[in-house]
Structures are given as C-alpha cells and as structure tokens.
Design a protein around this ligand. Structure first.
Ligand SMILES: Nc1ncnc2c1ncn2[C@@H]1O[C@H](COP(=O)(O)OP(=O)(O)OP(=O)(O)O)[C@@H](O)[C@H]1O
Length: 597
C-alpha cells in the first residue's frame, strides 16, 4: 500500500509535488516546508518500490540534513533500507569512485582521502613563502567545472601566488595518491564521462533521484546526475530549492535554469512551486520580499503570521558598543518578549568576527550559553573513522538515540571492513554493546577519547599497526583536536577541555546560536540579530557580482526569522588606511518602515 498522509500534514501544493509522477522542478520559497515535502516524497516513492533491486537516491547539502530526513522517514514507519541518502561527495565516493576507480588512471593504483586537518596544514605550509602577500589557506578555495580548475580567490594581488600554491598542492596529492573533496567530484565526473557502463549501472539501480538545495549545486554535480539520468528512461528526477537563496556562487554553486536542466538531462519536467511560508510573520515576509531577486511567490500562512514583529535597522551603533547593544537586544527578547535562548540567532558575514563576539557575549551575559563556530573542541571531520567512533563514545545509550547510534555503528563496521578487517559475525549491535561496556573515569575530553579508543581496540583485538589508514586517522584526529582545545583555551574558554563540553556537541542545543550567514542556511529562529552588514563584507569586496550576492545574503538572513529581526551596520570598522566600512548598499537602498528599537 502506498504511503498516505492527512491534510494537516501537507498542504495541497506540497501534496501535489509529492504525488506528481515524472520529473519535478520545484521552486520553494523560504519556510515553505521544502524538507517536509522532500521527506514525504522519499517515503512515498519508497512505499511504491516493488522489487529489492530498486533504490531511491536522495542528495542533500549536509550530512546532518541527510540524517534528519532518514530518521524522519523511519519514524513514519516506512522501510528505509532501499534509500541511499547523503551528500554528493559521499555518493560519489561510495557509488562511483569505490566501484570504478580502476578505470581512472590517477586512482587506479589506489587512493585515500586527505583528512581535512592535514589538508589545511599542507596548504598553510605551501602558503608560507607568500606571507608578505597575506596569502593563507583561506584564499586557496577552488572548484572544478567540466573545463577544469577555477579559483575562488578574486583578489588580483594574490591570484598568481594562489595558482602556484595549488599547483604544488596537486603535485603533492598526486605523489601521495590522495584526493580531496573537490577531486572526488572531478574524478566521479571523469569516470562517468569515460565509462558508459558505470552510468548505466547506476541508472539501473536508482528509480528516483532527488536533489535538495539545488541553488547551491555546482556544474560538475549537475553533470554527474545528468550522466546517470540520460542512461535511463525509468528514473524520475525531483529537484528542489530556492534560486533566491543561492549564496555559494564563489564556490561554483548556481541555480540552474529549467531550460538548461532540460538540455543537460534530456528530460521534461513538471514545474511546480511551494509559495506558502509557515515560518515568519507577515511583517517579516513583507520585509525579506524586498530582496526577492527572482520574484517568486510568497504568502505568510504559519501560526506566527499575525505576530507583531519588530524589524529594526541600526546604522549608528559604534563597533565598540556593539557587544553591549547585541546583549541588550538578546535580553529584551528573552525577558520582555518571552523568547527562549535557543530560539535566538546572532549572525555575521565573517567567521573571524564571530569567535570574539561569542566570547564577549558569554562574559557580558554569563546567565546564557552561546553555541558558535570554532567552539567545537575536536576534529569534526566526517570522513575520519575516529570522529565516527567519537560520536558513539560521546553519546549515552538511550531509546531516543538507539536508531542513530546503530546507524553510526554500521558505518564504522563498513569502514573497518573496507580497511580489510575480518569481523566475522561481529555486527552493529555487538559494536554498540562493546562501546557501552566501556566505563571510564576521566574528565579531560581528549584523554577520555584516547582511553576510549584504546579500550575499544583492545576489546575488539585490533592491532592498529596492521592498519596504516586507521593509524593516520588516529594521529590527525588527536593533532587537530589538541589544536582546537588549545585555541579555545587561548580565547578564554578553559572548560573546552572538559568531557562535558565534548559531549555537548551531540546534545540538543539549548544556547543562543552564533553563526555565519552561510552556516545558517536551512535554519529558523524566533529572533535573528545580524551585524557586520557592511559594504565589502556583504557583499564580499572581491565579489564580481556583488550587488546580487548581497541581495541573496540579505534574503537568507531575513527569512530565518519567525518573529523579530534586528539588522545592524555598525560604524567604525576600519577597512584600510583611514578608510572605514560603510553600510551595505542594498540595505541603504531598501525602503522600509523599520521599527524604532
Ligand atoms: N504543511 C505544513 N503545515 C504546517 N507547518 C508546516 C507545513 N510545512 C512545513 N511547515 C513548517 O514550516 C517550517 C519551515 O519548513 P522548512 O524548514 O522545511 O522550510 P524550508 O522550505 O526548508 O525553508 P528554507 O528554504 O528557508 O530553509 C517548519 O517549521 C515546518 O515544520
């Protein structure tokens, strides 16, 4: 029987998208339940599968989104064993590179994935000769298109140095048979381009391919999916996103137009739309409508629709008073407006401004906690096996965590087997049982993890020396974690070394979120406070398409708010010489009756 739902679960637009046969191109405005629609669509298509050979493939932007959707599908009582859901990188590794790497000359002799920490370290070293030009690994972002390499760096004085650094970087990777995230896409694309059988096999497995957040998808990713789709007339494609929220332009992401998509895939599409915003008040919706580049339809219809929102814009506060002003706004929301701390988010464009803001706010408002970037005390590299084990080591067995921990255990055992370990009948339940039996009385987070891993290896009789990859992952995991803990301690967060702080990462968030604009993608909060809205930051000074990018960033920021929105262009931030940053031009141009706050 097909999976069914009630009227109060999906609105008519969402239901129509879920049950639509064939290929769907779905444009969804902010807060319109894109994730909900995608989840039901997956559940619906899974329930229609009649043979064990068919799979549903869903590609999400983050591992976290993949986990959430999978868990929701399982909670709905739908069998998810024929669902593969994950990021495009995981998909390429598991389904294209692992089975077909021998067809790729650069990979045929074997390859391994460079750890994120090692990658950063390598690039930092290669940048050293260009210290005077202030070239750092942050300048070394790049991406590939079918025509080859593109640099994210648009700074004329650095570009040549970055090119040399990257040439050395690729040489090093090749010599050591390493690949990074961008190379995963490149090689997957190359394999499909040169190997008809690979694309055909994949097309035979997946009856449905679903892509979330298409607006931030890169050309190579569209190409990879298109190779598969062109090999099968029986595979349906469902692609959803919001072109107004495309903020990864500098890394090669773009919202493909329908005509282009038709040409690439050779398919026809039902063009559909989700236009009902369940998130924000009418006032917030009318505000972010000012930045609606593609003129998509949006109608507020959630439970907070009639909320008397505050939408304010401050262009006067000085940089030196910023912390006090943000603290005042936070307190007002919590004390006067009864908004809970975890429903507040503080956003700035640049990561560098957030760590110090987080620290200063923690000192100013000691009664609240702040969850910010750079606050994670250990290496969160999802491809590192020891990170995967740490997820189990740092969470407690409980009914609520059971399914998730079982899945993590399974992933670890698959990794172990891929390393050549013979696990006989040792299954994921046994693995969890072994982990749960490890009891340690250790308060230092890093020592705890070291002891935990040692106990686990001993219990499973694993000889680390026999598995170089495991040893290498072990070394980089701890090197990177020690560096992070030291950095946090330097910034005044001494408790970061405590095991309780480590465990917090996996608990439900209770503190005030502090995030970059890019990091807040997909999230929603009752109150949003955004600062650093300055021309040169929003948009970035090197952005060739700056005004359009600023418009999209403002659209993303403002559409995260359910109830209240506070925008700040502080004065007094030095640019260079005697020059100061001024407010974001798109904000100055926006004609809106802000509230005095
Ligand atoms: N049919 C519905 N009825 C009531 N609430 C809904 C419905 N669909 C979605 N919602 C709620 O609307 C909110 C926004 O949904 P979701 O986060 O999926 O939006 P989104 O489209 O992904 O937004 P964005 O693109 O801005 O990230 C969520 O709180 C969700 O539970």
């Amino acid at each position: 029987m097909n999976f069914a739902w009630d009227d109060d679960e999906l609105n008519p637009e969402q239901s129509a998208a879920v049950i639509q046969n064939g290929n769907v191109f779905l444009i969804a405005c902010p807060g319109s339940g894109k994730t909900r629609t995608l989840t039901y669509k997956i559940a619906y298509e899974l329930s229609k599968i009649t043979t064990h050979r068919d799979f549903v493939l869903a590609i999400t932007y983050t591992n976290r989104a993949a986990d959430e959707i999978r868990e929701r599908v399982e909670d709905m009582g739908v069998d998810a064993s024929q669902l593969w859901i994950g990021t495009i990188h995981s998909f390429c590794l598991e389904w294209i590179i692992k089975p077909y790497y021998i067809y790729e000359p650069d990979l045929a002799q074997g390859y391994s994935l460079i750890d994120l920490y090692d990658r950063e370290k390598l690039l930092e070293e290669l940048c050293l000769p260009y210290k005077l030009l202030k070239v750092t690994f942050h300048d070394c972002d790049f991406y590939f298109t079918p025509d080859g390499l593109h640099l994210a760096c648009k700074n004329g004085s650095k570009v040549n140095a970055v090119k040399v650094v990257l040439t050395e970087y690729f040489k090093y990777l090749k010599k050591h048979r390493l690949i990074d995230f961008e190379l995963i896409l490149w090689y997957a694309f190359d394999i499909l381009k040169n190997n008809q059988i690979a694309a055909k096999n994949l097309a035979g497995i997946f009856r449905n391919i679903l892509v979330d957040e298409y607006q931030d998808t890169k050309e190579l990713q569209y190409e990879i999916v298109s190779y598969i789709l062109r090999k099968s007339s029986a595979t349906n494609f469902f692609i959803v996103g919001d072109p107004n929220q495309a903020i990864y332009d500098s890394l090669g992401g773009y919202p493909i137009g329908l005509d282009d998509l038709k040409i690439k895939t050779g398919l026809d599409f039902h063009q559909m739309e989700l236009s009902k915003n369940y998130r924000s008040s009418e006032r917030v919706v009318s505000y972010f409508g000012n930045f609606n580049l593609y003129k998509t339809n949006i109608e507020a219809c959630g439970k907070d629709k009639g909320y008397q929102s505050i939408v304010s814009y401050d262009r006067e506060v000085s940089k030196d008073k910023l912390v006090l002003e943000i603290a005042r706004i936070v307190k007002h929301n919590i004390v006067e407006l009864a908004i809970v701390p975890r429903q507040i988010c503080i956003i700035a464009p640049w990561w560098v401004h957030l760590a110090s803001m987080c620290r200063k706010l923690s000192a100013e408002l000691p009664e609240y906690t702040f969850d910010g970037p750079g606050m994670v005390p250990f290496a969160r590299d999802v491809e590192n096996i020891w990170y995967k084990i740490s997820r189990i080591a740092l969470t407690e067995p409980s009914p609520g965590m059971y399914i998730r921990r079982m899945r993590w255990a399974k992933e670890i055992l698959v990794d172990f087997e891929n390393l050549g370990m013979h696990l006989d009948n040792f299954n994921n339940k046994d693995f969890l049982r072994t982990c749960n039996s490890i009891k340690l009385d250790e308060h230092d987070g890093i020592s705890y993890l070291r002891d935990f891993f040692a106990a686990l290896i001993a219990e499973m009789s694993i000889d680390l020396e026999c598995y170089p990859t495991l040893m290498q992952h072990h070394q980089t995991f701890f090197e990177s974690s020690e560096k992070r803990v030291a950095q946090l301690a330097k910034e005044g967060i001494a408790e970061a070394s405590d095991i309780k702080y480590f465990r917090k990462l996996f608990e439900n968030r209770t503190g005030i979120t502090v995030s970059t604009i890019h990091g807040v993608k997909g999230a929603e909060f009752d109150a949003v406070i955004a600062y650093g809205l300055l021309e040169g930051m929003v948009p970035h000074f090197s952005d060739a398409n700056g005004q359009e990018s600023a418009q999209k960033m403002l659209y993303v920021v403002a559409s995260r708010a359910r109830k209240n929105l506070f925008l700040i262009s502080e004065v007094g931030r030095k640019r260079y010489g005697n020059e100061f940053y001024g407010p974001t031009r798109k904000l100055i141009d926006c004609n809106f009756r802000y509230d005095n706050f």
